[in-house]
Ligand binder design. Structure first.
Ligand code: TXA
Ligand code: MG
Length: 366
């Protein structure tokens, strides 16, 4: 049976935001979750990106439980969460931390940046790295995740806490939907932060490869390392060497059960008209229809379900509610979905990456 622990939030005076500081009443709960992890069980926990499914990265049997619960292909490596840089010792090779990497860690840790580095042999279970010579590591910026990591005092392997292929969970209820009965416990710390996963990067000399766009943007990294060449994911031909790849990006992901297509156009008026016409035709075919749009436009559509996943003028709001929106199409048994696109600037690159993958790369340029 899966154990559920609800942590107590501190509500600031305005009552709008919940802050899950770890107070004494929460400490006992964190201790229980840490004990489960130390005993080789799996525990889902909130981070500033999405909920993660943790297990002791050094315990092969525990890591196996993650792959089984998620139904995750064994060739897709897990990222490792640590509480502080001291824990890098024994996980990655010391000489791997170049001044550039050190600068990135200093600027973005704790935070949504996963850095892929050469793994130290024997430091963590080979299942974590799926046999690769590298491991992705990050320090999460969430009080509950950090307290849990400190209490366990071990590196924790932590993929997103969803069944493989489904959108990542941004609420404990999403974890329950996917993994109830399959994992040891869930720490409910309310809604996760960014809403999309961390940015995964690998560095070689003066080059930074974004393997998966996410919470830290290319623009932010450029500010820290203005001389580095930042490669966007799989967009550029690389003359001198093979670009590193992230095994996870080859799998279908985030997809709702209904058929989803992403619509890209120059004029918004044209996009709205095209989508509405195509939705009307789908209704006639007997489809249950859905439109994924933004707050600025959601009153313009007529479909069985019209969801606004945030404001185009504030893309962080889109990142935050995108996965919840994708899940609600399934709840309403929508069979045909058209999604609007947004700009690829800043966090928009990660949003468009997830929209493209959720639609199985069915992108219609009108
Ligand atoms: O925000 C996040 O990163 C969340 C929270 C829980 O921390 N975790 C997460 O983990 O999204 P996961 O396993 O769902 O995604 C990790 C991604 C996958 O695409 C995987 O292929 C890639 O990172 N990855 C992990 N280790 C790698 C490595 N050594 N080389 C290349 N890619 C790697
Ligand atoms: Mg995932």
């Amino acid at each position: 049976m899966t154990k559920y622990w609800k942590l107590k939030p501190i509500r600031p005076d305005d009552g709008h935001q919940e802050i899950f500081q770890v107070q004494s009443s929460n400490e006992a709960i964190i201790e229980k979750a840490a004990t489960l992890l130390k005993n080789g069980q799996t525990v889902a926990f909130p981070t500033e990106t999405v909920y993660g499914l943790g297990a002791d990265a050094g315990d092969t049997n525990a890591v196996k439980l993650i792959f089984e619960a998620k139904g995750r292909p064994s060739d897709n490596p897990l990222i490792v969460h640590i509480a502080d840089t001291a824990q890098l010792k024994g996980i990655i090779r010391n000489e791997a931390i170049t001044p550039d990497i050190q600068a990135l860690m200093k600027a973005f840790w704790p935070g949504p940046l996963t850095i892929v580095l050469p793994v130290e042999t024997g430091g963590i279970s080979p299942l974590v790295t799926a046999g690769l010579p590298t491991v992705g590591v990050r320090i999460p910026d969430h009080p509950v995740a950090l307290s849990l990591l400190r209490a366990v005092n071990r590196p924790i392997a932590g993929p997103s806490a969803n069944r493989s292929g489904k959108p990542s969970p941004t609420l404990a209820s999403h974890v329950r939907e996917d993994l109830d009965g399959l994992i040891g416990g869930v720490l409910d710390g309310g809604q996760s932060g960014v809403g999309l996963e961390s940015t995964v990067i690998q560095c070689q000399n003066n080059e930074i490869f974004i393997l998966r766009p996410g919470g830290v943007t290319a623009e932010q990294m450029h500010q820290i390392l203005p001389n580095a060449h930042i490669h966007q994911p799989q967009q550029e031909a690389l003359p001198s060497f093979e670009a590193p790849i992230s095994p996870g990006t080859k799998y279908t992901h985030y997809a709702p059960k209904g058929l989803m297509q992403l619509i890209v156009g120059n004029s918004h008026k044209q996009v709205v008209a095209w989508i509405q016409k195509d939705i009307d035709a789908a209704k006639k075919r007997g489809e249950t229809t859905g439109v994924l749009t933004f707050e600025e436009y959601h009153t313009l559509y007529q479909a069985d379900m019209v969801i606004s996943c945030g404001k185009l003028s504030e893309p962080e709001t889109i990142a935050k509610s995108l996965y919840s929106a994708l899940r609600s199409f399934d709840e309403a048994k929508i069979t045909y979905i058209l999604a609007e696109s947004c700009s690829k600037e800043g966090i928009g690159l990660a949003i468009m990456n997830r929209l493209s993958r959720a639609s199985g790369h069915r992108i219609i340029h009108i």
